[in-house]
Design a protein around this ligand. Structure first.
Ligand SMILES: Cc1cc2nc3c(=O)[nH]c(=O)nc-3n(C[C@H](O)[C@H](O)[C@H](O)COP(=O)(O)OP(=O)(O)OC[C@H]3O[C@@H](n4cnc5c(N)ncnc54)[C@H](O)[C@@H]3O)c2cc1C
Length: 338
């Protein structure tokens, strides 16, 4: 267990980002977290460290420095070519014990959600999952971790006042990457896996890519999303036709998913995906807070609704008041199939 009560908190410094690595590549969310970590570290007058657990990753340290890291702490090991949560949690906990970071950020991804709770238990510290906003309390330097709470009806700001480090997972596409600065340099610290940190509890035999369900909402630049206003699966076929014409992806509200009109992997929102498209085109979605938290950082929002007073119509850059069953077919007619 790590000694991390109030008496020892001054020993903990620096902001860590745990890199998300897939197929030997450091993923975009890592750079988003580095962007957030930089402003936290500036407020704390400390450094940004990026911890990379993977294989064939050391050479990518440069890009971490360009993205905002001062230090890359790399454990490059053949056994980490695939994600093994037990072993990586053991290594990360040991690194935390040795280096004592004040803050540890990790993506609220499937992997981050598997890894960080294990670390929080062994490190005996608090964890705030799924943060959408981070800040520093100017009074005492605590990390202010904001996330939707009580079904998304309120945004709660949580602090871990008595324990260090402060652990938080952050949703992908919520924080902004920094513009890469190729003149930035950093320090590389190489660590290795120690005996006893290879639990051998599981072995990854093969990794499959789910191509059938691969609608990459997270990376889509143009999203056409539908809600209960579409009335059924037929409405979504119309939406898909429109999306194909603009090379966009189809998103959905939970109401549409729960009604069985469209599969879950289309869902945007608190219990679905967070998206950051250039254009988000919402059709028949009222925009309850649980939906908004998943799409409000899109660059340009267009909404169609019969009701001009819905939260989404109020948020939209362009709000079209009308019947989507008239407007969408008219758009489809105008746009050629490519
Ligand atoms: C814990 C929790 C988690 C949740 N997570 C999510 C989540 O991840 N994502 C999510 O989306 N929701 C989520 N929800 C559900 C959320 O609270 C809403 O119930 C849901 O988003 C509503 O979906 P909707 O906007 O499609 O439906 P509605 O609120 O019913 O809105 C339908 C809209 O369509 C309009 N409309 C109807 N007919 C037409 C027409 N012909 N032309 C134009 N407009 C029309 C209506 O005026 C209305 O504004 C969650 C809820 C809880 C409690």
């Amino acid at each position: 267990m790590i000694a991390n009560t109030n008496e020892t908190r001054a020993e903990y410094q620096h902001v860590w980002v745990v890199a998300e690595v897939m197929g030997g590549e450091i993923q975009k969310v890592t750079y988003e977290l580095l962007g957030a970590a930089r402003s936290l570290a500036e407020a704390r007058k400390s450094e940004v460290w990026c911890v990379v657990l993977g294989h064939g990753v050391t050479a990518q340290s440069e890009s971490l420095f360009h993205g905002g890291a001062d230090v890359a702490l790399v454990v490059d090991d053949e056994d980490f070519a695939e994600f093994v949560d037990e072993d990586q949690a053991d290594v990360l906990t040991r690194l935390i014990r040795e280096h004592k970071p004040e803050i540890v950020l990790c993506g609220a991804t499937t992997r981050g959600r598997a890894l960080i709770p294990r670390v929080a238990v062994v490190a005996n510290c608090g964890l705030t999952a799924d943060c959408t906003e981070l800040g520093i309390d100017p009074e005492n330097g605590d990390l202010l971790q904001t996330r939707p709470a009580f079904g998304g009806n309120i945004m709660a700001t949580i602090r871990s006042a008595d324990h260090r480090p402060q652990l938080a997972t952050v949703r992908p596409r919520v924080m902004n990457e920094l513009e890469p600065d190729t003149s930035r340099k950093g320090r590389l610290i190489e660590e290795s896996v120690r005996p006893g940190e290879r639990n051998g509890l599981k072995k990854i035999l093969e990794v499959f890519t789910d191509t059938e369900n691969a609608i990459n909402l997270a990376d889509a630049r143009f999203i056409i999303a539908g809600g209960r206003g579409l009335r059924g699966p037929e409405g979504f076929r119309m939406l898909k036709d429109l999306a194909e014409r603009v090379h966009g992806a189809v998103g959905a509200s939970r109401a549409a998913v729960d009604s069985g009109w469209v599969p879950y992997y289309h869902q945007v929102g608190q219990t679905g995906q967070t998206v950051q498209a250039t254009v988000y085109f919402a059709c028949g979605i009222s925009g309850q807070i649980q939906h908004l938290v998943g799409m409000q950082s899109c660059d340009f929002i267009i909404a169609i609704d019969k009701n001009p007073d819905t939260p989404l119509m109020q948020l939209a850059d362009v709000a079209v008041v009308g019947d989507l069953f008239e407007i969408i077919p008219a758009l489809i007619k105008e746009l050629p199939k490519t």
